[in-house]
Ligand binder design. Structure first.
Ligand code: P6P
Length: 338
């Protein structure tokens, strides 16, 4: 596809990749893009429009919401709910899913979204992002049920993220590779800037919150120790470490130059009844699809993320993703301890 083409034209020209796609899929992506442009604008303005800081409320996870968490969620719902391209929507910021009323125009897709991931970074001006996952809605017009959202990530029709950084970038897969689009603010369009993105098979860079080291399980302890041993250790190469505390930024770095990202479960999280920190449906699954479509791998350490059968809307899952060689080594270490 011609570099510089708009995202809308790109989707229209690639619509055949989405099985059974009609103009509706293009319309859905356009709605998501409109929301991302609005989020990019308000994130970029920040203090100028008094949107930083706490919203003085908590989300379903019991985490304090930032004002921009709430605003981003509202922008996403407003862009999606009236246009008849979805039948339902689930969001990190809402305990229950949203179902389009039966008397309103409805579409053949379900959207699952983390409207603003990494928002703890927003007050310190570090990159944040929107993550989205698209499933096909059930056949026939009926009320949407929770089970309609609880589908393995391998069933995603498309997945993507929008990274609000030095550039605002939208990264998308519809199951036929990964493409990147950069927002041209002068014309208000996302333009194709990279296509056929591939993650290097091996890496010298790992990303993990090392302050949790004392809580990690043995396979993760072993892997990170061996990375730190560098060229004197079993990997025979020195490693670099990064931790942005914004999954979208970490995944984008990995798509760009390789790497392995870990947010494993640990004793601290397990004691709180949490199986990891990241959410399966609107963080791990979309990122796993993108990473696999770029030739990488994504696992819990024990299972391929895209194979998991979700049991709850906001369930958490350990995440290890990125360059295939290092992910597979971590999976092997987990297998050794059973
Ligand atoms: P920690 C952001 O809150 C997030 O969900 C991910 O984007 C990020 O990778 C992780 O949590 C950061 O977690 O424990 O380092 O703050």
């Amino acid at each position: 596809m011609r570099i510089g083409t708009t995202l809308t034209n790109y989707i229209i020209e690639n619509q055949r990749d989405v099985q059974g796609a009609t103009g509706e899929f293009t319309g859905l992506l356009n709605d998501i893009v409109v929301a991302c442009k609005k989020i990019a604008d308000v994130v970029n303005k920040g203090d100028l429009v008094n949107v930083l800081g706490s919203a003085e409320s908590e989300n379903v996870q019991g985490e304090t919401q930032k004002k921009l968490d709430v605003i981003s969620n509202e922008l996403m719902i407003d862009a999606l709910q009236h246009n008849g391209h979805i039948a339902g929507l689930a969001s990190e910021e809402m305990e229950a899913f949203f179902s389009v009323p039966l008397h309103k125009p409805s579409g053949n897709y379900l959207l699952l979204v983390d409207p603003l991931d990494g928002s703890s970074n927003i007050d310190v001006n570090v990159s944040v992002g929107t993550i989205f996952s698209i499933l096909r809605a059930p056949e026939g017009r009926r009320a949407i049920e929770l089970a309609d959202f609880l589908r393995p990530g391998a069933e995603q029709v498309a997945a993507g993220y929008c990274l609000y950084g030095p550039s605002s970038l939208l990264v998308l897969t519809t199951g036929n590779g990964v493409s990147m689009f950069t927002l041209d603010r002068d014309i208000g369009e996302f333009l194709l800037t990279r296509e056929g993105v591939r993650i290097p098979e091996e890496t010298r860079e790992f990303a993990i919150n090392a302050s949790n080291q004392r809580f990690w399980e043995a396979p993760v302890q072993r892997f990170i120790q061996e990375c730190l041993q560098g060229s004197e250790g079993p990997f025979g190469k020195d490693f670099n470490m990064r931790w942005v505390a914004s999954m979208v930024a970490e995944v984008h770095r990995i798509l760009t130059r390789g790497g392995v990202f870990l947010y494993p479960s640990d004793r601290r999280l397990a004691a709180a009844g949490k199986n990891g920190k990241l959410r399966l449906l609107y963080e791990a699954n979309p990122m796993a699809l993108i990473v696999e479509q770029a030739g990488g791998a994504a696992s819990t350490g024990l299972e391929r993320i895209l194979d998991l059968q979700p049991e709850e809307l906001h369930q958490r899952v350990p995440v290890i993703l990125g360059s295939r060689v290092e992910v597979e080594r971590l999976v092997a270490y987990h297998a050794e301890v059973g």
